[in-house]
Design a protein around this ligand. Structure first.
Ligand code: DQA
Length: 149
């Protein structure tokens, strides 16, 4: 059985759809899960989709991914701009990683324009809303297939 792609979502993303829809859109996190899962199915891969408001839980899940996942998609939300611990965990995971943001973090407050976790990511997608998650699945499915062939 192939290992799933872990799709990890950070703080406040549980409020998606209600939270600043002019920035983050009207889709809720369950919509994001369904769209991401559908795209993964097209590629013949599976996802394990999670959200936490707690930095330590995200670290635990990245550590779990090291053994249990084929790759990681992460929207670390606010922790993107603060967390060396998440970067350390991603670097220790030794897996393909795509960082996703719904909004274009480069068009927003200056403190959002630096991501600690980008140093641990193969690629970054931002500003494309939910589509960013689907594109991240496309990219990782390619990476996984070329690695395993
Ligand atoms: C976000 C961007 C972050 O700056 C912000 O803290 C979030 C969401 C995004 O998806 O656009 O919570 O990661």
């Amino acid at each position: 059985m192939a290992k799933p792609i872990f799709v990890l979502n950070g703080p406040n993303l549980n409020l998606l759809g209600k939270r600043q829809p002019e920035i983050y859109g009207t889709a809720n996190l369950e919509d994001v899960r369904r769209l991401t899962e559908a795209r993964a199915r097209e590629h013949g891969v599976s996802i394990d989709f999670r959200q936490s408001n707690h930095e330590g839980s995200l670290v635990d899940w990245i550590q779990e991914a090291r053994e249990a996942a084929s790759a990681i998609i992460i929207n670390a939300a606010g922790y993107t701009h603060t967390s060396v611990a998440l970067l350390d965990a991603l670097q220790a995971a030794e897996l393909p990683v795509v960082e996703v943001h719904l909004s274009n973090i480069f068009r927003r407050d200056s403190f959002r324009q630096h991501s600690y976790i980008s140093l641990g990511a193969n690629g970054v997608i931002c500003g494309l809303g939910v589509k960013g998650y689907e594109l991240a699945v496309d990219a990782l499915a390619d990476i996984i297939k070329s690695r395993d062939s």
